[in-house]
Design a protein around this ligand. Structure first.
Ligand SMILES: O=P(O)(O)OC[C@H]1O[C@H](O)[C@H](O)[C@@H](O)[C@@H]1O
Length: 546
């Protein structure tokens, strides 16, 4: 008899009750093949899930949960172009953007691939011409700097990827990212740039976003005032689904790169939104990034759930969130060039799965998306790892590390890897009080002093981590890693029965900001707002003397 979802969850909770006081280290004693059996691979990319409390029985229940919640069917519906984003009546097809096998994918009966391929070729052609100095600024100089103006999905994905792939720039222009409406962002970015050699990309799916439109207008003024009004056409390109708005802004038609409503903002780096990445690493490098993602798509689409990397990582996450009750999830790449990876995943995961109702509008019965956060190692070790080792909150962590560095610099990379492996080992193994006592006594400490200090030096251990280890961080591997996390988010949303592809939660603040602008900038009365907000407005006015 197949179990219902509540029955499977009950069984999983019973398993956790048995496992939670058992050291994870002990699971290896019972099962010598644990490392091999609890690691999953896709090519050279290996995920080690053995340093968690997951057992074979737990995995089998989690797979039953995936089956009972229709994960495979929901995945197939996404790949088939069905309108699974029901609250916006849209298909979800970022996988089409990197469908390098060109398998037809239909939306409303029409294959999207010809349009996808056409825009991709234009993007790569434009990028390569900028790199080669064949497209130049108004005064005839080649572009040395490209400034992407966008926010959210129109910023984080390309900023993360351009930074990650910086060794592949090979003489291409520098790329900069301006997102915040805080005037400090564009001011500081432009301070070091020369108008004659600067190209702006205005990236906005809607071409209406307050921050982006405000920064775009300031950038246009900068070019117009330092060069001429006519120069604007040569120094701007746009990426948007709203082609007419981009033209209204004054961007030449052949400089507007489109995409489609079936690309969610946080999934859009694979579309023309990836143009700054293509300019940075070249068209071929950008296509390698897409090809890597496509490899992961094919793995996700065709591997059985029990050997499917995104599925197993997602299920480990469900175990930690819904069964063990761990509220946050940290991502710690041992790679300085992945310094924006956690920030990108934070948007990807929290905007996708930060939902409180299911697809049918009923309150969710399981906890949904965790708080996602992180920063690169080894820096993070000297910042927040104290809490990870000894705090009262257990935080599951993903570590990412490459076997080979991009540069040949002494033993830097060996030290980096050693630290990464040391942290996951320490988090799992811990150090118990007897070991601490023995260590302190050996140093000649008095018994009383040993007893006073020992509790502070205990590491509880059994803190769950997943390590992703791969050959090197090249465009293909970055594509695979990012697609892996996208599908991990998808599978979790599918288990929770929520819509991972809308973001209504960002609307209320936007509406209130529009109304408050009238109060802050134009002096309208704040009385329609709550008393606390009205109080802040009053104090603001007294500070500004107006
Ligand atoms: O690309 P845009 O239309 O300018 O949108 C930029 C961002 O803003 C919105 O508020 C959404 O929360 C994000 O998902 C989106 O990526």
């Amino acid at each position: 008899m197949t179990r219902t979802v509540p029955a499977i969850l009950r069984d999983l909770k019973a398993r956790w009750a048995d496992l939670k006081d058992l050291p994870v280290r002990a699971l290896f004693d019972d099962d010598p093949a644990r490392f091999a059996d609890f690691s999953v691979s896709q090519g050279d990319l290996l995920a080690d899930l053995s340093k968690t409390a997951l057992t074979r029985e737990v995995f089998s229940d989690l797979l039953a949960l995936a089956e009972a919640t229709g994960v495979a069917e929901k995945r197939d519906a996404m790949f088939a172009g069905q309108k699974i984003n029901t609250t916006e009546d849209r298909a979800v097809l970022h996988v089409a953007l990197r469908n390098r096998s060109n398998r037809p994918i239909e939306v409303d009966g029409a294959d999207v691939m010809p349009d996808v391929n056409e825009v991709l070729e234009r993007v790569c052609d434009f990028a390569d011409k900028i790199r080669a100095g064949r497209i130049r600024g108004a005064t005839g100089l080649p572009f040395t700097d490209v400034v992407n103006i966008g926010i959210g999905g129109s910023d984080l994905g390309p900023a993360m990827a351009a930074r990650a792939l910086s060794p592949y720039r090979e003489g291409g222009p520098r790329v900069h990212f301006v997102s915040n409406v805080d005037g400090a962002h564009i001011t500081d970015t432009l301070a070091d740039l020369t108008p004659e050699t600067t190209l702006f990309l205005i990236a906005s799916k809607t071409f209406t976003t307050l921050e982006t439109m405000t920064n775009a207008a300031s950038a246009r003024d900068w070019i117009a005032s330092k060069l001429t009004d006519r120069a604007v056409r040569s120094h701007f390109a746009a990426i948007s689904t709203n082609i007419s708005k981009a033209s209204e802004f004054g961007i030449a038609e052949d400089r507007v790169f489109g995409f489609w409503d079936w690309v969610g903002g946080r999934y859009s780096v694979w579309s023309a939104i990836g143009l700054p990445v293509a300019i940075s690493v070249g068209g071929a490098g950008f296509k390698a990034f897409l090809a890597g993602a496509h490899e992961m798509d094919e793995h996700f689409r065709t591997e059985p759930l029990g050997r499917n990397l995104p599925v197993l990582m997602a299920l480990a996450g469900i175990w930690h969130r819904d069964i063990c009750g761990f509220a946050t999830h940290a991502v710690v790449p041992y790679d300085q060039r992945l310094e924006l990876f956690a920030a990108h995943l934070q948007q990807l995961d929290m905007e996708s799965n930060g939902k409180r109702v299911t697809l049918s509008g009923e309150p969710a019965t399981m906890e949904t998306g965790p708080v996602v956060w992180g920063a690169p190692g080894t820096n993070a070790q000297h910042a927040f790892f104290q809490l990870l080792h000894q705090g009262t909150e257990v935080v599951p962590i993903d570590f990412l590390v490459a076997a080979e560095p991009q540069e040949n610099l002494g033993d830097h990379h060996d030290k980096l890897i050693a630290n990464c492996f040391a942290q996951s080992a320490a988090l799992m193994v811990g150090r118990d009080i007897d070991e601490v006592r023995a260590q302190l006594s050996e140093k000649g400490m008095e018994p009383e002093a040993v007893e006073a200090l020992a509790p502070h030096k205990v590491f509880p251990g059994s803190r769950p981590t997943v390590t992703l280890l791969y050959k090197t961080l090249d465009p293909r591997t970055l594509g695979r890693l990012l697609a892996l996390y996208e599908h991990r988010v998808f599978v979790q949303g599918a288990v929770w029965g929520i819509n991972s592809f809308d973001q209504w939660g960002v609307e209320l603040g936007k509406e209130l900001a529009a109304s408050l602008l009238g109060i802050v900038r134009d002096g309208a009365s704040p009385e329609e707002h709550d008393p606390s907000t009205a109080g802040l407005v009053a104090h603001l006015r007294s500070l500004r003397g107006r």
